[in-house]
Design a protein around this ligand. Structure first.
Ligand SMILES: Nc1ncnc2c1ncn2[C@@H]1O[C@H](COP(=O)(O)OP(=O)(O)OP(=O)(O)O)[C@@H](O)[C@H]1O
Length: 608
């Protein structure tokens, strides 16, 4: 997944800058999607505000000429006070319209942030786990997340650009009318600082790009050292200095890079700015000179100097705004690239529906699997069948590939080689959504949602959120009802300590709640990956007696390190080095006296 954007080439910044402008149309599209009406209003208001300064300067020209007339002893023009009134009116109107622009900008910013954040969440959910294994993806996701809210400036800049271009054009036309030299002088003055700004914007982007891994590290350190989960160990192991020290050294490195760039920008940018000022005064002196030679009256002189000032500052701003947009657009490379990423585990369009009831079940046929970006085969030529009504326990030492089997059967990943079949048909032929809706899984690292007890159970099948009976039945099956009974708020009790009024549960209590999720859906295949690790012995026995009852006639896959539980399975499968090395029921494996018998004896001995 490494593409050119991951390797910003310092030697061709200009090309990259131009290329980055490709991001502008998709952003405009996003902007339009997030609020077409607001966008339209913003543009209309800006057009008005852009041409008003010309009107103000023109009216001022007549007012000043009228005053000059009076100073020379001539009578005041009959429409003088009307002109003054128009001047005031135009300025009042401009103030009001500017406020209108601020208002529409604020609305748009809100909508844009919300729209992009939702799209980032949707896209993150659409992508598969394979993508999450890739650190480049993580960096990109990180930047996309920031960009979702951080690029708001770009929207305002786009609006401002429209306004500045129009104002510049209007005043430049007026200047060109007086003398084309004026426009040329101004343009020559502004160009160098534009090039300078653009160049530094690129360097800034490249720097941020380089710094992303370090910033991710810093975020992580800040989170570990500042989180409730981390606090216990950080305190007891005295890790505070270690974490802070590491954080500081990364922060220092970033600070040094930032300072170097800012310093160079200050010097070069300052010098280029001087050229701009010289251009501006060149034009100004030219107008003075022509006025002294009688080419312009005092009103024209005032109008032209205003026009020079307006054209020069707007032209300068046009360049710097455009440069700012290009800069922001560069940052958006990641957001756009993130939106364009496609999942690698696909759901077939018009994929097969899950047969109901299942008659043949699942089969792993010569499955090998290596995690994306790694060479090592976690599963090698793995074969396993899982028939309806069968409860299989998968056992093996740590890291032998048990959870990986679960990830493959649920198609969080696809096998590197071989096939997984359901009813004799490759799993990839089925609709992913269908498949998932028939499987209930609780992973060992299940999520503790900082939400209410009800929501924590209902996530098992979100449509059942309001089905109190369904939730209670599921809670009863998993023993979660005993936990909920002790909660002051019952099913509406907020769990976890992140939000106000939340209560923390013990590991075992969380586990019972999580188990209820699996029972909430009427799954054909129920998978429990070390579901009882945190349960006490009595709860565990009870959970498993219920599990045996509840999975009657269904397929169940159970991963556990506790042999008291494993014993109850119809078939026990021993995994070692990614291969199936033994299978059979407890009696068969015990009498065989192989690996299982050895492991069982070892655990039993520790209890004697
Ligand atoms: N996302 C991943 N990327 C790369 N390697 C992984 C990933 N997840 C697991 N592995 C590796 O795959 C191997 C098997 O992991 P798996 O989680 O399937 O083991 P397990 O048998 O369930 O172990 P445990 O009993 O400790 O839960 C391990 O060596 C692990 O390092």
């Amino acid at each position: 997944m490494s593409d050119s954007s991951n390797h910003v080439k310092m030697e061709s910044p200009w090309l990259d800058r131009l290329r980055s402008l490709r991001n502008v149309p998709p952003v405009l599209r996003i902007l339009w999607d997030s609020g077409a009406v607001v966008v339209t209003w913003g543009i209309v208001l800006r057009i008005f505000v852009a041409v008003l300064p010309f009107g103000v300067a023109k009216v001022a020209q007549f007012i000043i000429n009228n005053i000059a007339q009076v100073l020379r002893g001539e009578p005041l023009g009959h429409n003088f006070w009307t002109l003054v009134a128009i001047e005031v009116g135009l300025n009042v109107l401009m103030g009001l319209l500017t406020r209108g622009i601020d208002y529409s900008d604020a609305l748009l910013a809100n909508r844009y942030t919300q729209h992009v954040s939702v799209r980032v969440m949707e896209q993150a959910a659409r992508l598969d786990l394979t993508t999450y294994e890739d650190p480049v993806f993580y960096d990109r996701l990180e930047r996309a997340r920031v960009q979702a809210t951080d690029r708001l400036g770009m929207i305002q800049q786009m609006g401002r650009l429209i306004q500045q271009v129009i104002t510049t054009l209007v005043f430049s036309a007026a200047l060109a009318w007086a003398s084309p030299w004026l426009v040329l002088l101004l343009a020559i003055g502004v160009l160098p600082s534009f090039l300078g700004e653009t160049h530094y914007a690129f360097l800034g982007y490249a720097k941020n790009f380089r710094q992303t891994p370090a910033k991710r590290q810093m975020d992580y350190l800040r989170q570990v050292a500042g989180s409730r989960e981390g606090a216990k160990e950080v305190k007891l192991f005295g890790l505070n200095k270690f974490f802070t020290g590491r954080f500081k050294s990364l922060a220092d490195q970033i600070y040094r890079e930032d300072v170097t760039l800012s310093r160079s920008k200050l010097i070069v940018g300052g010098l280029l700015g001087v050229i701009g000022t010289l251009g501006y005064y060149g034009a100004y002196i030219y107008v003075i000179w022509r006025t002294l030679h009688g080419a312009y009256d005092i009103g024209q002189f005032t109008f032209l100097t205003t026009a020079i000032q307006q054209a020069s500052s707007n032209l300068q701003q046009v360049f710097s705004t455009a440069s700012g947009i290009a800069d922001q657009a560069l940052f958006l490379t990641d957001l756009i690239a993130f939106f364009e990423m496609e999942p690698t585990v696909h759901s077939k369009p018009d994929g097969l529906r899950m047969p109901s009831p299942v008659s043949r079940g699942f089969e792993f046929r010569n499955v090998s699997f290596a995690y994306p970006g790694t060479e090592r085969r976690v599963l090698k030529d793995f074969n396993l069948t899982l028939a309806p009504g069968e409860r299989i326990a998968l056992i093996g030492e740590n890291g032998q590939g048990k959870t990986t089997v679960v990830k493959l059967i649920t198609r969080l990943y696809d096998p590197t080689e071989g096939q997984i079949l359901l009813e004799g048909v490759d799993l990839r032929e089925y609709s992913l959504e269908e498949l998932h809706s028939h499987i209930g899984v609780i992973f060992q690292d299940f999520v503790r949602f900082e939400m209410t007890a009800r929501e924590n159970i209902a996530v098992g099948q979100i449509e059942q959120m309001q089905n109190q009976t369904g939730i209670e039945v599921a809670a009863h099956k998993s023993l979660a009802d005993t936990v909920v009974d002790h909660l002051a708020g019952g099913y509406d009790q907020m769990l976890g300590r992140r939000f106000e009024g939340g209560v923390e549960l013990s590991g075992g209590e969380w586990q019972k709640i999580a188990l209820a999720r699996a029972y909430l859906r009427d799954a054909d295949l129920l998978i429990l990956d070390e579901p009882t690790a945190a349960l006490d012995a009595r709860s565990e026995l009870e959970v498993f007696e219920r599990f045996a009852e509840l999975t009657e006639g269904k397929m169940a896959l159970l991963i556990s390190h506790r042999f008291s539980t494993v014993k109850m399975a119809d078939r026990i499968v021993v995994l070692s080095g990614g291969r199936l090395i033994e299978e059979g029921n407890h009696q068969q494996l015990m009498s065989k006296g192989g690996v299982y018998a050895g492991m069982f004896e070892m655990q039993a001995a520790s209890y004697r």
